[in-house]
Ligand binder design. Structure first.
Ligand SMILES: *Cc1c(COP(=O)(O)O)cnc(C)c1O
Length: 368
């Protein structure tokens, strides 16, 4: 069985060259005489792995010195709690409810303080990024500890194409599914975080990048678990306890691959090209329909539908016969979804576009 065209939303495709390196180094890493999986996290060899991973990430993202970089576990989901526990000092934050993950983060924050939904697109099935005027108006009042967004909505295929103006209020963003797919102006955020399994590595690592003045006084809540205490984790170099050593090692390889293949501007250009090809295939057809509103479309997750749920299901099977997998939409959204992260090649996207046109022709011939 050859490798398939994998459009998984996460855990997702990794660059082939990295898989080959991992396989070469699996039993013996360098001259360590053992696998990274068998190595103490306190060893010099592992310290080099995590230091290099962080240094490479700092270079590709241009992370200013006053931001700390953490490699934590528990997925993006644990940060839904970590953020209010650390940052809700006055007990009030604003949320933009633009999809399922944003809504979960908003609900979780309500356990720890007042979490206001400043804007929502739930009434239109999360098919767009809601208007941000109320967010900016509330930010101007200056009574929020932070404003929270989910910058790319993985399930619905929408993405912020402009950030809300938050003034002095820190902007916090879940960038799980757009992390490293394009340049990010870190200075515009108080905190960004991403589960690695979309674009940055494998499941089990969450990268948190946070401005030091927001964490210097320790967590906002006395009940914040030590593990989630950003100041403590920063002071311990993400090794308050045993980190996900193998996951961090893979992240380091992905960061280096990004750097060596042109950096984030090149990633963005490639990803936009891939997205354009799929959206054009959808827009020039009377058979397929895009799910997200055109001005909110994601370059990472392309959501679409055929005329009926029955045909959606048939397309999944049709595509599988062409070696195209993981294009069924999320159960909450239905339809179809192609996730086209950095490691999904142009060639795979062209294969999908060709398969879509073939299926359209076959369906129309049949219905005539
Ligand atoms: C995948 C994803 C999550 C959930 O990540 P876990 O690692 O499963 O907790 C949260 N937010 C976004 C935007 C995601 O894409």
């Amino acid at each position: 069985m050859a490798r398939v065209h994998n459009f998984s939303a996460g855990p997702a495709a990794l660059p082939r060259s990295i898989l080959a390196e991992l396989s070469d180094e699996l039993a013996e890493y360098g001259d360590a005489g053992m696998s990274v999986m068998e190595m103490s996290h306190r060893s010099a060899a592992f310290q080099r792995i995590i230091d290099e991973a962080e240094a490479t990430l700092r270079r590709i993202l241009n992370i200013p010195d006053r931001y700390r970089v953490l490699f934590l576990q528990g997925g993006a989901t644990l940060q839904f709690a970590g953020i209010p526990l650390n940052l809700m000092r006055r007990g009030r934050a604003g949320y933009v409810v633009s999809g399922s993950f944003a809504k979960k983060a908003w609900s979780e924050a309500q356990r720890y303080g007042e979490a206001l939904a400043l804007a929502s697109s739930e009434d239109t099935g999360f098919d767009r990024i809601p208007g941000l005027a109320p967010v900016e108006a509330r930010a101007a009042v200056g009574d929020l500890d932070y404003i929270y967004i989910c910058q790319n909505n993985t399930i619905y295929g929408t993405q912020f194409h402009a950030l809300p103006g938050c003034g002095e209020t820190p902007l916090v963003a879940d960038v799980s599914s757009c992390f490293l797919s394009m340049p990010l102006e870190i200075e515009r955020y108080g905190l960004v975080y991403a589960g690695a399994q979309k674009n940055a590595g494998i499941a089990g690592v969450t990268v948190v990048i946070v401005r030091d003045d927001l964490i210097d006084d320790g967590p906002a809540s006395p009940y914040c678990p030590s593990y989630l205490d950003y100041r403590l984790e920063a002071s311990k170099g993400s090794m308050y306890n045993t980190p996900n050593t193998f996951g961090i090692y893979v992240c380091g390889k992905v960061f280096r691959w990004i750097e060596e293949t042109g950096g984030l501007a090149a990633m963005q250009q490639r990803n936009e090209g891939k997205a354009r090809l799929l959206y054009e295939t959808i827009d020039t057809s009377s058979f397929y329909r895009g799910v997200s509103q055109p001005d909110s479309r994601s370059i990472a997750n392309v959501t679409f539908r055929t005329p009926t749920p029955q045909l959606d299901a048939e397309f999944v099977d049709f595509a599988a016969a062409c070696g195209i997998v993981n294009i069924k939409g999320h159960r909450a959204a239905g339809g179809l979804r192609a996730s086209i992260y950095n490691a999904v090649s142009r060639e795979s996207v062209e294969a999908l576009a060709a398969c879509m046109r073939e299926f359209e022709t076959a369906s129309e011939t049949r219905s005539r």
